[in-house]
Design a protein around this ligand. Sequence first.
Ligand code: FMN
Length: 155
Amino acid sequence: MAHRKKKLLIIYHSQGGTMERLARRFALGANHEEDVETLLKPAAEATLNDLLQCHGIAIGSPEYFGTMAGLVKDFFDRTYEAAREQTIGLPFVLFVCAGNDGRGALTQIERIAAGYKWRQALEHQRIVGEPSKDDLNRIEELGHTMAAGVGMGIF
Ligand SMILES: Cc1cc2nc3c(=O)[nH]c(=O)nc-3n(C[C@H](O)[C@H](O)[C@H](O)COP(=O)(O)O)c2cc1C
């Protein structure tokens, strides 16, 4: 029987490049799991189909004006009606970067995820200021753990 790989979707937005670095590190970690297909996409390019076909989702957003980036919100706006009944229980994890806070972005995305009835898979991460080496390693590890869990279907 053909073995179909599980899919992990990673969506992010980055205006200044910080979240792009973090999202790439997350994907690097996820790619350690060869049995899982990783799809890394800017939120603006992610489609309803990407969401419907994934077995887990990671969302990376900077905090802008106390909440998530507009294009991350746009992804939710575009997919909610069509996806919500089909993605109930989808494992998700969040990572947020911020100048000095980030809690607003985390809280707002959590509220939306609750609307979809997604299931938190791992502890969300908040990176404040310029990411340190430890922060980058932590995000890579998060990506690896998320992919491993999605691959094994344990979330
Ligand atoms: C328009 C704008 C609004 C921001 N608002 C906040 C904010 O409300 N709270 C905060 O902690 N940082 C805020 N920041 C800082 C960013 O969250 C931080 O620089 C982040 O690393 C940017 O990620 P990026 O380089 O991927 O765009 C803001 C930055 C911009 C450009």
